[in-house]
Design a protein around this ligand. Structure first.
Ligand code: PMV
Length: 321
């Protein structure tokens, strides 16, 4: 018997970094997924195999099967698996297999999606999965990787669609009037979210006034974006993405390769383009007026020597079974 689940990647359309300090953010899940299967094995042992790392946990011992930095990649998944077993007073061991079509380490939420899908696969193997509880456990496990995580990645991967999130106001679904044609460009440069969040914190502490100014501009952009999504004004949405990129550049979290991809996307006809997620390399997103333009933007990024793919918003979120 196997438990199976899949969860989608995410993009941050507006508000990354500022969301850590209470500002709103707009995120969306996209149609790229991680699929996880879990089966019971002998007591005590939890084996986790993914495309980038594999290892075996037994109590406090870890045996590397393969991968660089495998332990740190797998620890949160083990924590989540152990938590699921302990909550149900289950002594069984587990074999967890993770297959991903989400580039990892570039801000597309692969760690959140793998946690959400892993917990859901285990829950479906052991009992009845509950989306809200799965999301909460995934957020808790994600805080091992990045202790100030807003939790927004896990939420959007669990519930899908387009969401508006703020620390004080929680999560709200957003209805977009028009379908969004988006392109992802990948610099291929892996980032460390925790380090980038710390660098922004230092900047904030060094200059509270200037940071406050950026916070209020970012909030304004996010509110205008919400209105543009509601009225289907995608030209305006593109303009706001460009403005949002300028603020992220002021925070020092963009990267010359990301800037290059953004430039290529804009010259290939994007209505707007920006980095997405923590930055420091990672991925960029570009908004296209239609399918033809998104094909042209993806081709432009590929011609510049980088990976690119077209995406749509995934309305489903976590799928169990
Ligand atoms: O690059 P990612 O997917 O780890 O996104 C981080 C988003 C931040 O706003 C920088 C941090 C957070 O917890 O929201």
């Amino acid at each position: 018997m196997k438990g199976r689940a899949s969860a989608p990647a995410k993009i941050i359309l507006f508000g990354e970094h500022f969301v850590v300090y209470g500002n709103p953010a707009i995120l969306a899940s996209i149609d790229r997924r991680i699929t996880v299967s879990a089966r019971k094995v002998r007591e005590g042992k939890v084996t986790i195999k993914s495309d980038i790392a594999a290892g075996e946990f037994e109590g406090s011992t870890f045996k590397l099967i393969e991968g660089v930095n495998a332990r740190s990649a797998l620890d949160p998944l083990y924590f989540a698996a152990k938590h699921a077993l302990d909550a149900r007073k289950q002594k069984t061991g587990l074999e967890i297999t993770i297959k991903s079509d989400i580039p990892y380490g570039v801000g597309l939420g692969s760690s959140a999606a793998s946690l959400v899908a892993t917990i859901a696969a285990i829950e479906s193997l052991l009992g009845r999965p509950d989306k809200k509880k799965i999301c909460e456990s995934a957020i808790e496990a994600e805080r091992i990787i990045h202790k100030n995580s807003s939790g927004a990645d896990c939420y959007v991967s669990t519930f899908g669609g387009l969401i508006h999130y703020s620390r004080g106001g929680g999560f709200k679904k957003v209805d977009a009037k028009s379908k969004l044609s988006l392109v992802i460009g990948d610099t291929g440069i892996k980032h460390n979210t925790g380090e980038l969040v710390s660098s922004v914190r230092k900047l904030k502490e060094a200059n509270q006034m200037a940071f406050g100014g950026l916070m209020s501009q970012a909030k304004d952009i996010c509110n205008q974006a919400l209105a543009a999504l509601g009225s289907g004004n995608i030209d305006q949405l593109g303009v706001l993405m460009n403005e949002s990129q300028l603020l992220l550049e002021r925070l020092g979290v963009s990267h010359e390769k990301a800037d290059e991809l953004i430039d290529v996307a804009r010259r290939s006809g994007a209505l707007g383009a920006k980095m997405t997620g923590a930055g420091g390399g990672g991925a960029i997103i570009a908004l296209a007026a239609n399918k033809e333009d998104s094909e042209r933007i993806a081709a432009g990024i590929k011609a510049a020597g980088f990976a690119a793919f077209e995406v749509e918003i995934d309305p489903k979120g976590l799928i169990v079974g």
